[in-house]
Design a protein around this ligand. Structure first.
Ligand code: FEO
Length: 169
């Protein structure tokens, strides 16, 4: 059984993951409507992954006898001036999510909730990957700067990303 405090914190995380999904869907739409299908594809997969993260938290709350409570999703930004700006926002956002996951882990530790600590380990590892990937694309975009052919090539590369549910990784 989850403590009330832990249950509320996990519920807040469901909302944070859904907000992340909404943010990346918005980025995907912005890229798609400005002729960057590869960037749009990459963000669409990010959108799907975030929904999966939200579901992981939701199912976990249920499995521990808690009650998921879905709150409204705050508005997100709708346009970005460049791919670099979008990926810098992505990195900052993922750093924020990392700190939220760390806070959940700290609370689970304080409450001696070992099952929640164990569940959160997947997210701790996932955040390392999320930040590393966003940083890698930022590095590539900085190298490319405003070189059109470079952007075209990176767009093609990002078009190749496919969604893999984490259970199949
Ligand atoms: Fe659900 Fe991108 O962290």
């Amino acid at each position: 059984m989850l403590s009330k405090k832990m249950e509320e914190a996990l519920n807040a995380q469901i909302n944070a993951e859904m907000w992340s999904a909404y943010l990346y869907l918005s980025m995907s739409a912005d890229f798609a409507s400005s002729g960057k299908p590869g960037f749009a594809n990459w963000m669409n997969i990010q959108f799907q992954e975030e929904q999966e993260h939200a579901l992981k938290f939701l199912n976990y709350v249920i499995s521990r006898g808690g009650k998921p409570v879905l709150k409204p999703i705050e508005a997100v930004k709708t346009s970005w001036s460049s791919p670099l700006e979008a990926f810098e926002d992505t990195l900052h956002h993922e750093q924020k999510v990392t700190s939220l996951i760390n806070e959940l882990y700290a609370l689970a530790t304080e409450e001696k909730d070992y099952a929640t600590q164990s569940m959160l380990k997947w997210f701790i590892d996932e955040q390392v990957e999320e930040e590393e990937t966003a940083q890698g694309i930022i590095d590539a975009l900085r190298m490319i700067s405003d070189n059109g052919f470079g952007l075209y090539t990176l767009d093609k590369e990002l078009a190749a990303r496919v969604y893999t549910p984490s259970t199949q990784e």
